[in-house]
Write a protein that binds this ligand. Structure first.
Ligand code: HPA
Ligand code: ZN
Length: 332
């Protein structure tokens, strides 16, 4: 019954990586074409390949899958596959993180990437009824050259649907502050700021994302829960957290969904949104995240609806579209 209620709620997804949304079928097919990537072609072996020892191990697996993407057709398959999966869960809108610098390093020309994004986005809208927007993110581990190239690509190409600049990859040893010039320039050009912070390092990283990068939402922000002053700041300034509970469990940042600090975040008045990060890699779905959190916290239906509404309000949709979705949520 809760499951049906969650399905009926119109939802948005604010934190999902395009490469990490590749379906098992797609990855198996790519692996057969690119044996040198070392990705299993057998479904059972792929499931084992997706057992992550820690966050760094997860990133290595993620990069192996990424390395098999070569042209617009590969990107189109990912985007349309993600859209179909979202539509099946009554997800109406998603802000999808794409890492152009990594694709170009792996041999995909920038115009191939853009062509695949654009054709996939049109199919998402016309065939699946799902609106997609893009977050272009900097792979932090590749340093400031990646920041410069990502910004140049984002502002030079400015594809339809591009709404924000992000920052991903490892956090330890990759201070947020060094990327300040790129986020400043992006914000001046009208893009939003949505860095990952506090996923694999402490609350100081979240403070830096806020102060140095002008973060308008925080990717994960898990470790914020250890800092009451930070929770108070996030609540007061209405800076949403893009919480991805199953991701944090599967990369072993938290022991279980029950052990996730999402309750503490909510108790401090923080705007919590629920998201999947890399759904097939983590065996996650957005409906599953809602169900897991609702069950773990014993939420009432109205509280589940409030989480869905948080997602809508925290999105970069136009106000009129937010109002429509909020009205639909209220009607469920
Ligand atoms: N964090 C950082 N980098 C990533 C992630 C993530 O959750 N997923 C894919 N790249
Ligand atoms: Zn992420």
């Amino acid at each position: 019954m809760l499951r049906e209620y969650i399905h009926a709620l119109p939802k948005v997804e604010l934190h999902v990586h395009l490469v990490g949304s590749a379906s098992v079928d797609t990855v198996v097919a790519l692996a057969a074409r690119h044996p040198s990537a070392g990705v299993p072609t057998d479904r059972a072996e792929l499931a084992a390949f997706y057992e992550f020892r820690d966050f760094d191990h997860f990133l290595k697996v993620y990069w192996a899958v990424q390395s098999m993407l070569r042209d617009r057709g590969d990107i189109d398959v990912l985007v349309t596959g993600l859209a179909a999966e979202l539509a099946a869960q009554n997800v109406r809108y998603a802000e999808v993180t794409v890492t152009p610098y990594n694709h170009v390093l792996d041999g995909m020309p920038g115009d191939e990437l853009l062509a695949g994004l654009e054709s996939g986005r049109a199919t998402a809208r016309d065939v699946h009824g799902v609106e997609l927007a893009w977050v272009f993110d900097i792979p932090g581990e590749k340093g400031i050259v990646a920041g410069r190239e990502t910004l140049t690509f984002a502002l030079g190409e400015r594809p339809d649907g591009l709404v924000a600049l992000g920052l991903g990859g490892p956090e330890i040893g990759v201070g947020r502050a060094r990327f300040e010039p790129f986020f400043t320039a992006a914000r001046e050009a009208g893009l939003h700021s949505v860095p990952h912070a506090g996923e694999t390092s402490g609350p100081a990283t979240v403070w830096s994302a806020l102060h140095d990068l002008g973060a308008e939402r925080i990717g994960h922000g898990t470790s914020s829960a250890a800092d009451p002053a930070l929770l108070a700041y996030l609540a007061e300034h209405r800076i949403p957290l893009e919480v991805c509970p199953t991701s944090n469990v599967r990369t072993r940042q938290v022991a279980s969904v029950d052990a996730h600090p999402v309750r503490r975040m909510l108790d401090h008045g923080v705007v919590v949104t629920l998201n999947t990060d890399d759904p097939p890699m983590f065996g996650a779905t957005l409906e599953g995240e809602y169900l897991a959190v609702a069950t773990s916290l014993g939420l009432r239906k109205s509280e589940v609806a409030a989480l869905a509404a948080n997602g809508v309000r925290s999105s970069f949709l136009p106000a009129s579209r937010k109002d429509e979705l909020l009205a639909e949520i209220a009607a469920v």
